[in-house]
Ligand binder design. Structure first.
Ligand code: ATP
Ligand code: MG
Ligand code: MG
Length: 393
């Protein structure tokens, strides 16, 4: 159907699921990952290169084998992508967007300029400054790393003035790590929306927005996602979708799928938390629940193919992440217990990422259960959730 080869920076589970979608479209993929052909995506892609997605030389090698470059992780060498793009190599999403998103502070400055509602935020260069900001923002507040954050690893809650030194130390402030601070968002719920930005035959921008998801984090890692969200009004859902689409519109001609994380507050207002310029954990449910899933949609968007349908084909869907419990045989078996349990659940989609070693806390797989309503999806997935917590069988 399409004879192009897509090069993907990163070979994790997002890349793996992108490769599955590429197979359906007849698109070939080459992934660049430190684990090469044994990475989750490298195991299933036509081609792979072993190397870092920070390494400019390896990125150039990837470009030499591919018609277009994309990514499944934003912590890549954006400068190398920029240089290739200037030389005429198609790169989507555009390198300037990847660069902007990599720096969470710059990302927020950009979004603020585009009038996207955000928690108040300020750059902070010293503990003394953080004290001053604490007086202004009040406590708790959230200290964040500007670069390289994922799964909450770059966050530290500053609960009062006394906890400033520990938070500063934890995020490497003393060692000169670049940090910024956000006012606490007293959210009722966390929401997420996937937005696809592509082009039509005349190269005019087209956008599609997926339904709103209620996402619950455990220890700052995405745990479950439910769509449609229960207890969120239509108006609130429309607001979340509008904020997400407005935010992505601010990225000009950048194409691809974007994950937009948001906070819903008690008064019905919505604040944007952060954006991922790639498929996202909160979009996994689209594989079982939507016309075209986020991975195929991403490929369609970057390749300039028509975007697909985002609507729910079911009444509701719930996804749960399976995190590694540990690498011993018993802990590996315990990690897999929810997947075995899901084998007996009707309308359950089971996904194992093929990672080498069941490291504690690592995302090893996920399960999505669909239903006629969100409540029935929740009901059906209950035994799986119990198995995740080590209850039942
Ligand atoms: P991801 O794995 O999604 O990339 P991350 O490491 O980039 O995560 P954030 O999304 O910034 O981190 O924050 C992780 C979680 O911390 C959020 O999902 C939310 O639960 C909480 N959080 C972040 N910022 C705030 C805030 N300003 N107020 C309250 N809670 C917050
Ligand atoms: Mg993040
Ligand atoms: Mg996040």
């Amino acid at each position: 159907m399409d004879t192009r080869t897509v090069g993907c920076l990163g070979g994790g589970q997002l890349g793996r699921m992108m490769v599955y979608a590429a197979h359906r479209l007849g698109v070939r993929m080459c992934v660049l990952d430190p684990l090469g052909e044994s990475s989750p995506a490298g195991q299933v892609s036509e081609l792979s290169i072993k190397g870092s997605f920070q390494d400019a030389e390896k990125i150039r090698e990837l470009a030499s084998k591919c018609d277009i470059l994309t990514l499944e992780v934003e912590h890549v060498n954006a400068q190398a992508l920029e240089e290739l793009h200037l030389k005429g190599v198609p790169v989507q999403p555009l390198p300037f967007v990847v660069k902007l998103i990599q720096d969470k502070y710059d990302q927020k400055v950009h979004l603020q300029k585009h009038r996207i509602p955000l928690p108040d935020f300020l750059k902070v260069d010293s503990e003394a400054e953080l004290h001053e900001i604490g007086e202004k923002f009040g406590y708790p507040m959230m200290l964040k790393s500007r670069f390289g954050a994922y799964d909450g690893k770059g966050n530290a809650v500053v609960s009062d003035a006394a906890s400033i030194p520990a938070a500063w130390e934890k995020l490497g402030g003393k060692a000169g790590k670049k940090l910024y601070v956000e006012k606490w968002a007293p959210f009722k719920m966390e929401l997420a929306v996937m937005v696809a930005r592509g082009v039509d035959e005349t190269m005019n921008v087209t956008m599609r927005t997926y339904p709103v998801v209620h996402t619950v984090q455990r220890d700052s890692v995405c745990f479950t996602c439910l769509t449609p969200p229960v207890g969120v009004t239509q108006k609130e859902q429309e607001l979340a979708q509008k904020i997400a689409t407005d935010a992505i519109k601010s990225f000009g001609d950048a194409r691809g799928i974007f994950g937009v994380e948001m906070f819903l507050l008690d008064d019905g207002s919505v604040l944007l938390n952060e954006i991922a310029p790639r498929p996202h954990n909160t979009g996994h449910y689209t594989m079982e629940a939507c016309g075209v899933d986020q991975f195929e949609q991403h490929l369609r968007a970057v390749l300039g193919l028509p975007l697909g349908d985002c609507h729910l084909r079911v009444g509701g869907a719930m996804m749960v992440n399976i995190l590694g419990q540990g690498s011993t045989p018993e802990l590996t078996a315990q990690t897999m217990a929810p997947l075995r349990c899901a084998l007996r659940v009707p309308d359950a989609g089971i996904h194992w990422y093929g990672k080498d070693g069941c490291v504690k806390g690592r995302k090893m797989g996920h399960i999505t259960v669909t239903g006629f309503t969100p409540a029935s999806a929740l009901e059906q997935i209950r035994p799986v959730l119990k198995a995740v917590d080590g209850e039942g069988n």
